[in-house]
Design a protein around this ligand. Sequence first.
Ligand SMILES: *[C@@H]1O[C@H](CO)[C@@H](O)[C@H](O)[C@H]1NC(C)=O
Ligand SMILES: *[C@@H]1O[C@H](CO)[C@@H](O)[C@H](O)[C@H]1NC(C)=O
Length: 249
Amino acid sequence: MMMKFLALIVLLLAVFNSASARKQNVHFDFCPTCVDFLNKDLGDLEKILSGGVLGSCSKVCSLLPAQSEQAICDLLCSIVGIDEFLKIFNELNIDPVYLCERLTVCPVKPGANGTVLDVAVQPSSGPHGTTFTIGVAYQVLSELGTAEIAFVVTDPTGTNGFGDAELLVSTAVGNYNAQFQFQATPSEGESFPEGVYQVQVLLCDGACGTKHGSTYNFLTTNFTITAGGSGNSGSITGGSGSGSGAAFY
Ligand SMILES: *[C@@H]1O[C@H](CO)[C@@H](O)[C@H](O)[C@H]1NC(C)=O
Ligand SMILES: *[C@@H]1O[C@H](CO)[C@@H](O)[C@H](O)[C@H]1NC(C)=O
């Protein structure tokens, strides 16, 4: 744990140095860390900032509960300065990916483009407790900036959605695969009724389903939950790599 923390600090310092030294030549290694951090801590930060805090980056960031979060916050804030930091977080319709782009640690690439080529679910039907695997093939047509490959599963009532996304950073032209897993086990929060579940897989510039993000394209498929099976907790597992929860709910 301590080693991990130290490694993170070293990475932060390395990124910070390159960011301040030569802004146009930053490698965006820190982008996933920034997005993960804000996926977790954006609510806390907004609460702190809405209190109208005045002062330095370290003063604002010291109000976050954990030391590791304070360090990431301090680094991000230091890159743009406290005034710009407060300004960015005061914008409307902010989401983690957009914020990390504005904080200059995630790339923005005009003209980026890509397309979802194929989507398939295995198995195509099964009882409660079945793990459904959503396989995706996609193509990057022009190098991506900060993007997401995301899925949304809508239950047969059409009102409940579940999703997750994988963050893509500076992904080069080429063909790629992604895999998501979805386990439908009834819980208090969601009964997972039997029936046909629609699956939508999207490739987006920025974060899917946000005001600042936009969808390159999407494909749909479905799977069926049949009678039988049992269990007591639902879970959704994102693809490998750095997931970033998108607001599909
Ligand atoms: C992406 O490429 C497709 C296929 O060439 C094209 O139809 C679409 O307009 C492009 N989208 C963007 C945002 O450039
Ligand atoms: C489910 O997907 C299959 C294959 O893509 C399609 O033929 C069918 O119409 C879909 N069913 C529903 C209810 O969406």
